[in-house]
Design a protein around this ligand. Structure first.
Ligand code: ATP
Length: 247
């Protein structure tokens, strides 16, 4: 079963319709890239999926099935736990690394010190920070480098044990080396998680995603295996976009 089935989704902010009758299924444990020119509705699609849209002043019609069940039938806090979000700018909580990584588990009721320590250790290993920190988990998270902060934020999202990770331009504030680290991390994580990434970086989409959706003016123009989108697009507009002719 597809982890998400988006059916006839339309989204508006007030009178402004930004997503129009969009339907797409998201495959489990794959990386799906959402590409398209600025303002086409990519971020809106992510916020709709994890029910942040309303807080941002938007409304949607249509249906999103998560594991076959209407997403609105889940408690919002469960959706936020199961569908984690990582933003463009890494924003760690202004606490220690330890506290950043135990915040969600404690919120969800874990109090056992050993369990919490394990979560911190395993998460740091998963995101490749464990060796770099050399045991200093009490360091203020905001003192990490930008790339490390973004890996910590991905780690923090993982501590809630999500099924899906939504990432909105996670590398746009990072240099080439940190970007490569994050890309490798996402590839590794896709064995256990479903990843949806919004990116302006077409080479990144090509490098890491299994599927890619090209969105234009709130509509899916083409959605297919990434390989096909880049090497043999069916739609002229997709071809022009991936060749860098517009956007
Ligand atoms: N909270 C909001 N209130 C009103 N309009 C919004 C809001 N958020 C986004 N929009 C509008 O919705 C449209 C789609 O925006 P969105 O951020 O989803 O696009 P995007 O494809 O992610 O853009 P970018 O690539 O520039 O980040 C834009 O016209 C934007 O101005």
């Amino acid at each position: 079963m597809n982890v998400l089935e988006i059916k006839n989704l339309s989204v508006r902010y007030g009178d402004k319709v930004v997503i129009k009758d969009l339907s797409m299924d998201i495959k489990r444990n794959k990386i799906t890239a959402i590409i398209g020119p600025s303002g086409c509705g990519k971020s809106t699609l992510l916020t709709t999926i994890n029910l942040l849209l309303e807080e941002n002043g938007g409304q949607f019609t249509g249906q999103i099935l998560f594991n076959g069940k209407d997403i609105l039938s889940y408690e919002k806090k469960d959706v936020r736990r199961m569908i984690g979000m990582v933003f463009q700018r890494p924003i760690p909580f202004p606490f220690s690394i330890y506290k950043n990584l135990t915040y969600a588990p404690m919120y969800y009721g874990i109090r056992d010190k050993d369990k919490l320590n394990n979560i911190v250790e395993n998460t740091l290993k998963k995101v490749g920070l464990y060796d770099e920190l050399k045991g200093d988990f009490n360091m203020l998270a905001t003192k990490l480098s930008g790339g490390q902060q973004q890996r910590l934020c991905i780690g923090r999202a993982l501590t809630a044990e999500p099924e899906i990770l939504l990432l909105d331009e996670p590398c746009s504030a990072l240099d080439v080396k940190n970007t490569a680290n994050i890309e490798k991390l996402l590839k590794d994580l896709s064995k256990d998680y479903t990843i949806i990434i919004v990116t302006h970086n077409l080479s990144q989409a090509k490098r890491i995603s299994d599927y890619a959706a090209f969105i234009l003016d709130g509509e899916v123009v083409e959605y297919d295996e990434t390989e096909k989108i880049f090497s043999n697009p069916k739609d002229r507009r997709t071809k022009e976009y991936v060749e860098g002719i517009f956007g």
